[in-house]
Design a protein around this ligand. Structure first.
Ligand code: ADP
Ligand code: F6P
Length: 332
C-alpha cells in the first residue's frame, strides 16, 4: 500500500512543472497518498528539504512557469555512493517511491535509483523535446509559443528595416525547437544539428526571396549547431554583398523557458501527473510516463537512456514543401 511518496523537479526548469506537481498532489489526496515535495532536485534529498504538499501549496500555481520546488544540477548524484545514500535517506523519511520531473539527465538519475531497487517514475519535462518514449515533453509547447511570439515581434522590425534576422534558439543537441518554430513562424531557413547546412543554398534561398520583393527574412539557428553569432559571421563572410540586406542577430536565451504554461502543457502535465500516481499505486515503477498517439504510456527507464527521438519525418517534408532551406541529414 502506498502511503507516502516524494516528488522532485531536477535539471532545467520547464513550463508545466507546476501543473504536474499540482496534479500529483491532488491525485495523491484523492487516493489517500501523502505527497512530499523535495526542494532543489536531487540535492534536496541530501539537505533533507522535505515538505508535505497540500492543495494550499499548489493553489494558483497552475499558471506559473518554473517550479515551486526549485531545481538544481546536483553533480554528486551521478556517483553510485550518493545514489545509495539518497535511497537510505528517502527510506528513513518513509518515502516509499519518488516521482522525478526533469529532462534526460534527471531521468538518468531516476534510472540509477531504479537500478538500485528503489521505486521511481519519471515525467519528461524539457523544452527540448529530446526524450524518447513520448511524442511531447512537458514544456515544449509553451516554449514554442514563446519563440513564435518573439519571432513575430522581430519580423515587424525586420520588415520595417528590410533586414535578415538570425534567431538563435535553445534545444541543446536536438533540432526540434528550431525546426518546429521555423515552420510555424514562416521562417526561410532552419539550421539544425541533425542536418548539414549548405551556405550557398541558404544564400540562394534568401536572395530569391529578396528578388521577389519580400522585405524581411528569418533564419532560425539551433544552439546545438553553433552560436547565432558564429552563424551570422559565416553567412556574412560567404554572402559578401549578395544578400542586399543587413543581417542582425537575436539570441532568445532563457526567456524561452519562461512565460505561462500553454493550454497544451497544462493539460499534458495534469494528465501525466495523474497517470504517474495511478501507475505507482498500481505497482508500476522503473518507467517514464509518455504521450503516444494521444494516450498515456509507460516506457522502461532503461530504454530511454542514451537515445534521442528522430525529428518527425512529416515535419521535415512539410518544411521542404513550404520552401524552407533545412539542409540534408548528416548521415547521408
Ligand atoms: P536535465 O534533466 O534537464 O537534462 P541535467 O542533464 O543537468 O538536466 O541533469 C540534471 C541532474 O540529473 C544532474 O545535475 C544530476 O543530479 C542528475 N543526473 C544527470 N545525469 C545523471 C546520471 N548519468 N546519473 C545520475 N544522475 C544524473
Ligand atoms: O535543457 C533545457 C535547456 O534550456 C537547453 O535547451 C539549454 O541548452 C540548457 O537547458 C541551458 O541550460 P542552463 O539553464 O543551465 O543555461
Amino acid at each position: 500500500m502506498l502511503k507516502r511518496i516524494g516528488v522532485i523537479t531536477s535539471g532545467g526548469d520547464s513550463p508545466g512543472m507546476n501543473p504536474a506537481i499540482r496534479s500529483i498532489v491532488r491525485t495523491g489526496i484523492s487516493l489517500g497518498i501523502e505527497v512530499v515535495g523535495i526542494q532543489n532536485g536531487y540535492q534536496g534529498i541530501f539537505d533533507r528539504e522535505f515538505m508535505t504538499l497540500g492543495t494550499v501549496e499548489v493553489s494558483g500555481r497552475i499558471r506559473d512557469a518554473g517550479t515551486i520546488l526549485s531545481t538544481s544540477r546536483c553533480l554528486k548524484f551521478k556517483e553510485k555512493a550518493a545514489q545509495l545514500e539518497a535511497i537510505e535517506i528517502l527510506k528513513k523519511e518513509n518515502i516509499q517511491a519518488l516521482l522525478v520531473l526533469g529532462g534526460d539527465g534527471s531521468l538518468a538519475g531516476a534510472n540509477a535509483l531504479a537500478g538500485h531497487g528503489y521505486r521511481v517514475i519519471g515525467l519528461p519535462c524539457s523544452i527540448d523535446n529530446d526524450l524518447p518514449g513520448t511524442e511531447m515533453s512537458i514544456g515544449t509547447d509553451s516554449c514554442l509559443n514563446t519563440v513564435l511570439h518573439l519571432i513575430d515581434m522581430i519580423k515587424a522590425t525586420a520588415a520595417s528595416h528590410n533586414r535578415c534576422f538570425i534567431i538563435e534558439v535553445m534545444g541543446r543537441n536536438h533540432g526540434y525547437l528550431a525546426l518546429m518554430s521555423a515552420i510555424a513562424s514562416g521562417s526561410q531557413v532552419a539550421v539544425i544539428p541533425e542536418f548539414r547546412y549548405d551556405m550557398e543554398k541558404i544564400i540562394d534561398n534568401l536572395t530569391r526571396r529578396r528578388l521577389r520583393r519580400h522585405n524581411n527574412s528569418v533564419v532560425v539557428v539551433a544552439e546545438g549547431v553553433c552560436t547565432g553569432q558564429q552563424f551570422m559571421d559565416r553567412l556574412n563572410a560567404a554572402a559578401g554583398d549578395r544578400l542586399e540586406q543587413e543581417v542582425r542577430l537575436t539570441v532568445l536565451g532563457h526567456v524561452q523557458r519562461g512565460g505561462s504554461p500553454s493550454f497544451a502543457d497544462r493539460f499534458l502535465a495534469s494528465r501525466m501527473g495523474e497517470f504517474a500516481v495511478l501507475a505507482l499505486n498500481q505497482g508500476e515503477h522503473g518507467c517514464m510516463v509518455g504521450l503516444i498517439r494521444n494516450r498515456m504510456h509507460l516506457t522502461d527507464l532503461k530504454e530511454i537512456q542514451g537515445h534521442r527521438p528522430p525529428l518527425p519525418a512529416d515535419a521535415i517534408r512539410l518544411a521542404r514543401n513550404l520552401g524552407m532551406e533545412i539542409g540534408v541529414p548528416t548521415e547521408t
